[in-house]
Design a protein around this ligand. Structure first.
Ligand code: FES
Length: 383
């Protein structure tokens, strides 16, 4: 079950142009954490040694690289942010937020709020972008898409694996974690990988103001066969990577933000948002409270793929969607691992999983498509 936490914003710092980093801690150990962060064992208080105990005050739920948390902002908006700190440090969560002037307002709210010392409701962490072991890993980050990839890269490098990072941005000044990434590569190249050869670790910076150009086809054609490719960034970049990867490598994408919805589907989304903007669920007595028919067929619109599929009474959404999206990852197929969690853009899901909390189910922002169905005739998914 995903946790809902009330965390204190302990620190806000500049990471790069238009990007700030927030550090969230449990209010009970905010002071302890300040000391522990000095990274000086001699100064680490006794309480900090309890960091490995799950029940110790201030110890946050564990996470793995690729995980994200949802922040419930003061305006009522909910926004997802990838964790970009150190998973071994259970006393803090770190996120990075790009001010997106053309966005829906969440990032502006974060940038314009005096956060230090304030508490914020946090849901998670959850991981729908898990980094699996592979002989060679290709990371492709576009701008703020670096956030889930940075902890993955550190984990892959720490394991002595072979990797390459392609990091695209407006300019080096606008690229967060750049120094750390380059240092990680330099360290990896100095380290023997256990096979008697230096680890293959390369960083390719593609900065627009330097005339940089990223060629997805050439990059992925040059990667060793069977590489695992992890990509996060603007939709256009991910589509190019998707095309270039087809039939070559195992591709893992993390999408953020909401793509444009066709005009015909806008009313479905508006209806969904109106529900979410209310008390976090459907209004008592509204038509949306009508019981779901467990045996009904419905249609699923894969928004980004531009495909509409029929889901019969005996099929799962996951089974049907995988007929056209073989890259979709899943694990338990029973609604308890969270791997198949998918964003819902429209319609009313019939949640049947053990992953989401009641509040998350009422918000209808995502669902587990291995077991979930639809109460509405049409369900629009961010796929
Ligand atoms: S595959 Fe595990 S929840 Fe869907």
């Amino acid at each position: 079950m995903t946790a809902t936490l009330s965390l204190l914003v302990r620190e806000v710092r500049y990471l790069a142009e238009r990007i700030v980093g927030l550090t969230l801690v449990d209010p009970r150990n905010a002071v302890l954490h300040d000391v522990a962060e000095a990274n000086d064992p001699a100064r680490t208080p006794a309480g900090a040694t309890a960091a490995t105990r799950e029940d110790a005050p201030g110890i946050l739920p564990a996470w793995t690289p690729g995980a994200h948390i949802d922040l419930l902002l003061p305006s009522g908006a909910v926004r997802s942010y990838s964790l970009c700190g150190d998973p071994a440090d259970r006393t803090r969560y770190d996120i990075a937020v790009l001010r997106d002037v053309d966005g829906r307002g969440g990032s502006n709210e974060i940038h314009d709020t005096q956060w230090v010392g304030r508490q914020v409701a946090v849901i998670g962490p959850r991981n729908t972008f898990v980094c699996e072991p592979a002989p060679h890993v290709v990371f492709i980050a576009g701008g703020i898409g670096i956030t889930p990839l940075w902890p993955m890269l550190r984990a892959v490098a720490a394991a002595g694996a072979s990797w390459e990072m392609h990091y695209l941005g407006r300019s080096r000044a606008a690229m967060a974690f750049l120094g750390g990434i380059e240092r990680t590569a330099a360290n990896a190249r100095r380290t023997d990988n256990g096979a008697g050869a230096p680890s293959r670790a390369t960083v390719h910076i593609v900065a627009r103001d330097e005339g940089g150009h990223f060629d997805a086809d050439a990059t992925l054609a040059a990667a060793p066969s069977g590489s695992a490719v992890y990509c996060c960034g603007p939709e256009r970049l991910m589509q190019a990577v998707e095309r270039a990867c087809a039939g070559r490598h195992a591709l893992h994408l993390e999408r953020f933000g909401r793509p444009a919805l066709p005009a015909a589907l806008a009313p479905v989304l508006a209806q969904n948002e109106a529900r979410a903007d209310g008390a976090g669920g459907t209004s008592p007595g509204s038509a949306d409270d009508a019981p779901c028919d467990p045996d009904s067929a419905f249609q699923v619109v894969l928004q980004r793929s531009g495909v509409t599929l029929q889901v019969g009474p005996d099929a799962s959404i996951l089974e049907v969607v995988r007929q056209v999206r073989r890259d979709l990852t899943f694990s338990c197929s029973s609604g308890y691992c969270g791997t198949c969690e998918t964003r819902v853009l429209g319609g009313r899901p019939d949640h049947r999983d053990d992953v989401l909390s009641d509040a998350e189910k009422a918000a209808n922002r995502s669902m587990m498509i291995c077991v979930g169905r639809s109460c509405s005739a049409t369900l629009v998914l961010d796929l």
